[in-house]
Design a protein around this ligand. Structure first.
Ligand code: ADP
Length: 241
């Protein structure tokens, strides 16, 4: 499902967090939003999700205007940095909760829920942990469960806000590879926020570089390096090698 942003503006009081953002994301792409802290990445992601409304501008999914639609009606899956799993629920219950947020008419019945949860656990390769509680899992496992919960509603768009931010380097690398495979297999459109240049370049089909509420550059990872002004991008990100 393609995502089109047209002249999105968002201010918090007098502060302009997003300044005329226009962007086209193709169906099935994995797009990294890269930029320093405070550049507006999370705000943009929340506006795509419908968790926050823009002051001005339009959002289209596959050509259809969703600007006025509620978060539930947009059918997007999210994963945040801090898992947001429910501590008092088992792994299976946490995933089933993802099915519960579906609109009433497409919500599955009890037997069907069990089957779907089983499938999702298999997809994230954690079937053996169905009865555990989040406190008994590693960070990487928790993040995979959070992803399974997001996938429960069969989203065509998946939004991830610093999904691996809280994890150590080795686990991050494994999860990146795993997310890339899952993305390609399920063919959804994904947008993820990161301030990690390496992560953006390794994982994305397109990298969107943001700074102070504006888009500085949109390019394929290889092209970002090749451009004559790429030094500018990496300089301002503070990661020049
Ligand atoms: P990033 O994700 O790139 O770090 P954010 O989108 O979180 O940036 O924030 C962009 C700017 O908007 C920051 O300066 C932040 O303080 C401000 N901001 C974000 N959300 C709010 C809010 N709810 N109220 C006031 N200011 C906000």
């Amino acid at each position: 499902m393609s995502i089109t942003l047209e002249q999105i503006n968002k201010s918090f009081g007098a502060f302009r967090a997003l300044d005329d953002i226009s962007l086209a994301i193709g169906d099935g792409q994995l797009v990294g939003l890269l930029g320093p802290s405070g550049s507006g990445k999370t705000t943009l992601l929340r506006i795509i999700a419908g968790l926050e409304s823009a002051d001005r501008g339009r959002i289209l999914f596959q050509g259809e205007d969703v600007t006025g639609l509620h978060v539930r009606e947009r059918r997007v899956g999210f994963v945040f940095q801090h898992y947001a799993l429910f501590r008092h629920m088992t792994v299976a219950e946490n995933i089933a909760f993802g099915l519960d947020v579906l609109p009433r008419k497409s919500r599955p019945v009890a037997g069907e829920i069990r089957r779907r949860v089983g499938e999702l656990l298999e997809m994230v390769q954690l079937s053996h942990l169905a009865g555990r509680y989040p406190s008994q899992l590693s960070g990487g496992q928790k993040q995979r469960i959070a992803l399974a919960r997001a996938l429960a509603m069969q989203p065509q768009i998946l939004l991830l806000d610093e999904p691996f931010g809280a994890l150590d380097a080795r686990v991050r690398k494994d999860l990146r590879r795993w997310l890339r495979n899952l993305h390609d297999e399920l063919h959804f459109t994904s947008v993820f926020v990161t301030h990690d240049q390496e992560e953006a370049l390794e994982l994305s089909d397109q990298v969107v570089v943001m700074s102070a509420g504006r888009i500085e550059q949109v390019d394929q990872p290889q092209a970002l390096y090749a451009r004559p002004d790429s030094r500018f991008v990496f300089d301002f990100l503070g990661h020049v090698n």
